[in-house]
Design a protein around this ligand. Structure first.
Ligand SMILES: Cc1cc2nc3c(=O)[nH]c(=O)nc-3n(C[C@H](O)[C@H](O)[C@H](O)COP(=O)(O)OP(=O)(O)OC[C@H]3O[C@@H](n4cnc5c(N)ncnc54)[C@H](O)[C@@H]3O)c2cc1C
Length: 457
């Protein structure tokens, strides 16, 4: 496989992506981690930092960064897939706020490690601007700020922008206003994950690549080449989880797809803005997200690819010409100044969605089985919090992190097929038609809001 072709990001790292050696045979470890994305690697990083004597082995079916970690939009944000009201409803207001503050601190923590380890990943903490380009979207922007205020968050966390203020940050067509939060950094995601892999190796962790795990059970991760025995086994496989025995209904893999333009001239950037490399989006229902890359491209993504029956993942599923064309069209609507600028790269990848839309991290002490994931589209930052939390849990520490409400949360399993297929794809279609209806009528689409609530999002 030519790993460079998996994303613009993997095509633009300064290394050949030669796989590390595979597991040579049976082995013993103190902790074995399955999956070398951010989750697996952050866990290894903090465990090794806390206790350099631990023998930590990471098993990866392809190469470090093969999954969503090498392909995402590069928003290292404080976004958490469960909304503050939903968290407060389940766990109380104080614990919901503690989660929010921990996420904000996480963005700073990733920046700290990137600097400390010298990971060259175009880190730029320029915040996020979310635009409102219709009356309905403006209503949602106002509601987002009101909600933040109800939870004691201030202008320092999320501020409402009028049309001029929003356009000064991101001069998209038809901007009526928006919101801005400083709690986000733009990052080159593949450089981050590859740099992290080198950093953990520097701390004595062993990473075996091209080593697919065929079963996880208490005390062991099983591969065709041999079994790694360890008292603690961490599942860090996110969108690929359903392929593991017994995990078919744990998360639904939903594909997010992206395009990148050729580098844009300075004159175009002078019109668009994003001078601080703010990540950007708008208040439509079907998520879109973008960043100005360090080399002057627009990298832009969104959902909309279909969910595949039986929670299957396959390389071809991240190639949907219809979605790529739609993304380029939306980019042109946002920034007419782009004209005919060509798209240079198209790609995508699977993310993991739990049935209650709740990310979780945990360790079952009796079996030694640990996990983290279900981040939906918010895993770049959240996986760092997961790694720090797993390191505390595995070392038996009771800390502020292990008291956070997502720890040891158990999401319900997804419905069996064909219900799962019908529900997920119907939901995606409903969101699209809601956005179209809003654009036509300029009124909020109530059915989409109801569907979001049903999913607990
Ligand atoms: C296109 C796209 C855009 C996104 N944009 C953003 C964004 O801007 N901001 C944000 O916060 N989040 C974003 N996300 C989500 C984010 O990328 C993920 O939540 C995050 O990378 C998850 O990291 P992970 O390590 O848990 O999973 P992954 O990075 O998917 O890593 C899992 C690893 O496990 C390996 N693996 C799986 N099964 C096995 C097995 N059986 N044996 C061995 N190895 C196995 C895989 O090969 C893979 O390397 C996006 C996702 C996608 C796909």
């Amino acid at each position: 496989m030519r790993y460079q072709e998996l994303s613009y990001w993997l095509s633009s790292v300064d290394e050949p992506l030669t796989p590390r050696p595979a597991l040579p045979g049976d082995a013993d470890a103190d902790v074995v981690i399955v999956g070398a994305g951010y989750t697996g690697l952050w866990t290894a990083y903090y465990l090794a930092a806390a206790d350099p004597t631990l023998r930590i082995t990471v098993l990866e079916s392809e190469i470090a960064g093969y999954g969503a970690s090498g392909r995402n939009g590069g928003w290292c944000s404080a976004l958490f897939p469960t909304s503050l009201p939903a968290l407060a409803w389940r766990h109380g207001r104080d614990r919901a706020l503690a989660m929010q503050r921990a996420m904000q601190e996480t963005v700073r923590e990733v920046g700290r490690v990137v600097a400390a380890e010298g990971i060259d990943c175009d880190w730029r903490p320029g915040g996020t601007v979310v635009l409102a380009r219709s009356g309905a979207q403006l209503g949602r922007a106002r509601a987002a700020v009101e909600e933040a205020r109800e939870y004691g968050l201030s202008d320092e966390d999320l501020v409402l922008l009028d049309a001029d203020q929003a356009a000064a940050r991101c001069a998209a067509d038809g901007v009526l206003g928006g919101t801005y939060t400083p709690h986000c950094a733009a990052v080159h995601p593949a450089r981050l994950v590859r740099g992290l892999a080198r950093a953990v190796e520097g701390r004595g962790v062993t990473i075996y690549e091209r080593t697919p795990v065929t079963a996880i059970r208490p005390g062991a991760a099983v591969t065709p080449a041999g079994v790694v025995r360890a008292p603690v086994v961490v599942r860090a496989t996110e969108g690929f989880t359903p392929a593991l025995p017994g995990q078919r209904r744990t998360v639904a893999p939903v594909y997010s797809l992206m395009v990148a333009t050729e580098p844009l001239p300075a004159s175009t950037w002078a019109e668009i803005g994003l001078a601080d490399r703010e990540t950007f989006s708008d208040y439509r229902h079907v998520i879109i997200y973008g960043q100005r890359t360090a080399d002057g491209r627009l990298a832009f993504g969104g959902r909309g690819a279909p969910y595949h029956f039986g929670s299957r993942t396959a390389p071809g599923y991240d190639r949907e010409p219809r979605v790529f064309a739609a993304l380029r069209r939306v980019l042109g609507e946002l920034f007419p100044v782009l004209g005919e600028v060509p798209v240079s790269h198209t790609w995508g990848g699977p993310l993991g969605v739990a049935r209650d839309w709740a990310a979780s991290v945990g360790l079952d002490r009796a079996s030694g089985l640990a996990w983290a994931g279900g981040y939906v589209g918010d895993g770049v930052g959240t996986s760092n919090l997961a790694g720090r939390t797993l390191a505390d849990l595995i070392r038996g520490q009771r800390t502020e992190l292990t008291a956070l409400p997502w720890v040891n949360h158990r999401s319900p399993r997804w419905e069996p097929e064909p219900l799962r297929w019908l529900a997920v794809n119907a939901g995606l279609r409903l969101m699209f038609s809601a956005d179209e209806a809003e654009q036509r009528t300029n009124r909020p689409a109530r059915r989409a809001a109801a569907f979001s609530r049903l999913l607990g999002h």
